[in-house]
Write a protein that binds this ligand. Structure first.
Ligand code: NAP
Length: 460
């Protein structure tokens, strides 16, 4: 259990001035990186009472150092398409903070990827990884490559080219990437193969999310979605609520979404809608997950095809409209800023009781404010979706010891970790006079461990 002293009012003005000053530097030094600014602002707003109580963090320049990545790598990724045309994408890896361990964080392949997206994700990852209680620092990477419509051979050529450059900067004790949007089991396999070929050794610990036959962990695929539901269930329990008997809406139909739906259904919920970037499906009888898994995990099809097999369901082309469906629990599991202020107001007007962020930064700052002002139970991403990276760290532990744990063992550890993250966040929120505010709680609980490690390691 995390122990934090109670803050006093002393130094509050100084702390506010300090936090706002650093934020202004972040904006001017990283002009136009709006997603990065948003992620930093959300954390900074929680930290004023921490600096008021512990001014030595200010003297040590902790925030100035935390917002500046230890290393930001950007590289050319040339590859040849099936017609023999040469294409060039941009690759990134941000090695944000190694105070707690090797950099750890996923790779995202999506056309929207740029320096701002990678830095927002990497910055969030520092605090998320700290919350897991495991020895991992924060990093993130990816490319503006669009996997949609590409053949297997094109995906392989691209990922091999990407890894040829990335391999210079990663390693089991240095930086350990994993998947994210657009990077699943197939891509991790190709990345691992190329790394092995270049480095000439079987270093299983260099990537997580690997296939089970070559060093992967059972329950890694399920971990982020299951973990989000475990976290939300714990939050609901404190209010004598539960998934059992509730109506749930889950955005996306990718890795996080599918396994959030699966666990919610196992706990007795009825999931009535899910989506992809082309639109959403509403099934009043409850989404048939077997169909969604086949369409998405096996056949690589659009979610609109669901209604061909379930004609009582309806497909709507507007993916954001999913938030207009009345529900008890909403789990945004697709992408950043998918719930804006208006969507949040509609969810509240329709009686939503809890939000669990499976995706990274899916709610805008304004949307979060709407939820908190209306006393909606709100599970912020960096706490609620930490299950994926937690099991990635368990995969690293299994690789180091050359052991494989059973699904049940990994799942039990995942549940314990999610419950601990919830308890630590609740405790930190209480200690800093924001009881029930898990945004503040998670930010502070995550921050303190990293800050203390940075102080202990000197000015580096
Ligand atoms: P994924 O398997 O690629 O699935 C992403 C889903 O979101 C797909 O259904 C996709 O639809 C939809 N989507 C993506 N971009 C969208 C957009 N701009 N608008 C609407 N829908 C969009 O990715 P994932 O691993 O589930 O990741 C989902 C979220 O969880 C991301 O925010 C990621 O950073 C976060 N996360 C993932 C993990 C993990 O272990 N995988 C861990 C922590 C957090 P299309 O197929 O149509 O693009």
């Amino acid at each position: 259990m995390l122990v934090i002293n109670k803050p006093t009012e002393t130094n509050t003005d100084l702390a506010k001035e300090y936090v706002n000053g650093v934020f202004e530097t972040v904006k001017s030094r990283n002009a136009n990186e709006t997603e990065f600014h948003q992620a930093v602002r959300e954390v900074f707003d929680s930290l004023v009472p921490v600096f008021a109580k512990h001014p030595h963090y200010m003297n040590q320049g902790i925030l100035e150092r935390m917002v500046e990545p230890e290393r930001m790598i950007s590289f050319r990724v040339p590859w040849t398409d099936d017609h023999g045309h040469v294409k060039v994408n941009r690759g990134f890896r941000v090695q944000f903070n190694s105070a707690l361990g090797p950099y750890k964080g996923g790779l995202r392949f999506h056309p929207s990827v740029n320096a701002s997206i990678i830095k927002f994700l990497g910055f969030e990852q520092i605090f998320k990884n700290s919350l897991t209680g495991q020895p991992i620092g924060g990093g993130k990477g990816g490319s503006d490559f669009d996997p949609k419509g590409k053949s297997d051979a094109e995906i392989m050529r691209f990922t091999q080219s990407f890894m040829t450059e990335l391999s210079k900067f990663i390693g089991p004790d240095v930086d350990v990437p994993a998947g994210d949007i657009g990077v699943g089991a197939r891509e991790i396999g190709y990345l691992f193969g190329q790394y092995k070929r270049i480095r000439g050794g079987f270093e299983t610990g260099v990537l997580t999310g690997k296939g089970l036959g070559y060093g992967g962990s059972l329950a890694r695929k399920e971990a982020t979605g299951y973990g989000t539901v475990y976290f939300v269930e714990e939050m609901l329990k404190d209010k004598n609520l539960s998934f059992n008997g509730s109506t749930v809406v889950v955005s996306g139909s990718g890795n996080v979404s599918i396994y959030a739906m699966e666990k919610a259904i196992q706990l007795g919920a009825k999931v009535v809608a899910c989506s992809d970037s082309s639109g959403y499906v509403y099934d009043p009888n409850g989404i048939n997950l077997t169909t969604v898994k086949r369409l998405k995990e096996v056949e690589n099809k659009r979610i609109s095809e669901y209604v061909n097999e379930h004609p009582h369901a309806t497909f709507y082309q507007d993916y954001q409209g999913i938030w207009s469906i009345p529900c008890d629990i909403a789990l945004p599991c697709a992408t950043q800023n998918e719930i804006d202020e208006l969507a949040a107001k509609v969810l509240v007007a329709n009686g939503v009781k809890a939000i669990g962020e499976g995706a990274n930064m899916p709610s805008t700052l304004e949307a979060i404010e709407v939820f908190l002002n209306n006393d909606i139970l709100f599970a912020p991403a960096k706490a609620a979706n930490a299950g994926g990276v937690s099991v990635s760290a368990l995969e690293m532990a299994q690789n180091s010891s050359r052991l494989s744990w059973t699904f049940e063992e990994v799942d039990a550890k995942l549940q314990d970790i999610m419950i601990n993250i919830y308890r630590d966040s609740v405790e930190a929120a209480k200690t800093y006079d924001a009881p029930g505010n898990l945004v503040v709680g998670a930010n502070i609980a995550g921050f303190v461990k990293v800050a203390d490690a940075m102080v202990a390691q000197g000015v580096i």
